[in-house]
Design a protein around this ligand. Structure first.
Ligand SMILES: *[C@@H]1O[C@H](CO)[C@@H](O)[C@H](O)[C@H]1NC(C)=O
Ligand SMILES: *[C@@H]1O[C@H](CO)[C@@H](O)[C@H](O)[C@H]1NC(C)=O
Length: 291
């Protein structure tokens, strides 16, 4: 009997593997949260890309608030997504990755902020209006050519019933936004609230934040919102590091970056609905983080 055979399938080998930190059960599960007016169907290509390069990965596209239901208020959605999320992570002691598209990126950020002791490793924010939305687009009929008037709908009681109002950020009506938008200013800590410190700590449990977006998106406006940039009152872009929520680090973004854990990936030539199906985007911005 020679030595290597002695270790085959033996508890000693298993112990060595465990001690060396190698996960013997493969890749961490990936949870996908879809965007506005879409659903699991739109993420078949992405799921296929993932399992092709990382065989055996368990990919779950949460099947909630699909299509028109995605217009429901975001806090309601967050509540239900939270239950689905919890039931998946309970079965994943080594942690999971979150890949969230468009509006889904805000749902995910809320989940990460509100869930104590979560075990999310990488949070991929795929063309998500992280700093808000202010723009007309031809793809979404629900953003008619009304951007100058949307604040009237969004920043009052009626607006609390429509998901897009939860991240509608009109740079010409900043005080209304801060006062009457009950979602994004809370998430950003732009309107102080009692849970801010805890939410920041929870958010900071992630190991990596990956921000993906680009100038030909056509829906996210300004497209820099996908990287936490946004308009000032003259509609000039203020980049992430000059944003007040960054400078005062209200929700952990600056701390994450100081830690070296914010990765930014900008691609031109990608329209909004193509981000999750573009193979170049997958190989250059996503694949390496999903281990
Ligand atoms: C919001 O929607 C609920 C039903 O989901 C409805 O009862 C309520 O009247 C709506 N509120 C406004 C201000 O539109
Ligand atoms: C895919 O991404 C590449 C590089 O980012 C871009 O040049 C190309 O136009 C995209 N293709 C589609 C169909 O989105």
């Amino acid at each position: 009997m020679n030595t290597p055979h002695m270790f085959r399938g033996s508890p000693v080998l298993l112990l060595l593997l465990l001690l060396s930190g190698v996960r013997i059960d493969g890749y961490r599960p990936v949870i996908i949260v879809h965007g506005i007016l879409d659903g699991p169907k739109q993420f078949r290509t992405m799921s296929h890309y993932i399992t092709k390069v990382h065989p055996g990965t368990e990919v779950s596209v949460i099947d909630l608030y699909d299509d028109l239901d995605s217009l429901s208020p975001l806090w309601n959605q967050v509540q239900d997504y939270s239950k689905a999320f919890d039931s998946i992570v309970q079965k994943a002691p080594d942690g999971v990755h979150l890949l969230c598209f468009s509006q889904g990126g805000l749902i995910c950020r809320a989940l990460l902020s509100m869930t104590p002791h979560h075990n999310v490793h990488t949070f991929v924010s795929l063309s998500s209006p992280q700093a808000g939305q202010y723009g007309d687009t031809d793809y979404l009929w629900i953003f008619p050519s009304l951007k100058k008037e949307m604040f009237r709908i969004c920043y009052n009681a009626m607006g609390h019933n429509l998901s897009i109002c939860d991240y509608w950020n009109d740079p010409h009506h900043r005080s209304c936004y801060l006062r009457n938008n009950n979602f994004l200013p809370i998430l950003n800590g732009e309107r102080p609230h009692i849970d801010m410190k805890a939410w920041r700590e929870n958010f900071l449990r992630i190991k990596k934040l990956v921000l993906i977006g680009g100038p030909d998106d056509g829906v996210i406006t300004p497209w820099q919102s996908s990287q936490f940039g946004f308009y000032d009152s003259n509609e000039n872009i203020v980049e992430m590091r000059k944003q007040e929520f960054y400078k005062s680090d209200t929700f952990g973004l600056k701390a994450l970056e100081d830690r070296g854990d914010v990765a930014v990936c900008v691609h031109s030539g990608v329209k909004h609905v193509q981000w999750h199906s573009n193979h170049t985007v997958f190989t250059s911005c996503i694949e390496k983080w999903l281990t």
